[in-house]
Design a protein around this ligand. Structure first.
Ligand SMILES: [Zn+2]
Length: 191
């Protein structure tokens, strides 16, 4: 059962990866209206699935820079999707797509939300490139489960290790620095 689920997740992630490799997606900056439309679509998809009695795990990439899927992003996403399959045996994949923001997938699981968030945080910290992976968790009632509610440290900044939110609010790092750091992390991906 667990093996089947992991296999299915692996297949799905391989397909997403092929799709990324085979397309020119991410070759140029995405037009702003397409980015905004994709953000709305993702939000609508999450809203459609959350609060239906299962914990929801949402996977996306948070790669700074003008390209939605720079080199290495497909491999990183495929790795992360595989790891989600392993961390959540029996999870049901509800969506998998590549849009103007990059690849995106979502699963429902019976795992208790706090435990699910802890597994996701561990996954995000499991290798340097995983810092570019974003895993969001929603409780069966539809509430977002954040790090603070589990008394976990906030996510560290890619560049300096301070809380990422502070650096973002302060504009602590120019986009060039963040983009270069992301490229460095992707180059060192242990997929
Ligand atoms: Zn920083």
């Amino acid at each position: 059962m667990a093996t089947d689920a992991a296999g299915a997740a692996g297949l799905a992630s391989a397909r997403a990866s092929d799709e990324l490799r085979g397309s020119t997606l991410g070759a140029d900056p995405e037009p702003r209206d397409r980015v905004l439309a994709s953000r709305d679509d993702r939000r609508a998809t999450i809203d459609r699935h959350r609060g239906r009695g299962r914990t929801l795990v949402v996977l996306s990439l948070a790669v700074p820079g003008p390209k939605s899927a720079p080199p290495g992003a497909g491999a990183l996403f495929a790795w992360a999707a595989r790891e989600v399959g392993r961390a959540f045996p029996g999870a049901k994949r509800l969506d998998l797509r590549v849009d103007a923001l990059g690849p995106f997938a979502l699963w429902s699981t019976r795992v208790w939300p706090d435990a699910a968030k802890a597994r996701c945080v561990a996954l995000e910290a499991s290798q340097p490139a995983a810092r570019l992976v974003d895993l969001d968790v929603y409780s069966p009632g539809g509430e977002a489960v954040d790090r603070a509610s589990l008394l976990l440290q906030p996510r560290p900044c890619l560049c300096c290790g301070e809380p990422a939110r502070d650096c973002l609010l302060e504009g602590a790092h120019p986009l060039d620095e963040l983009t270069a750091r992301a490229r460095e992390l992707l180059a060192g991906l242990d997929a």
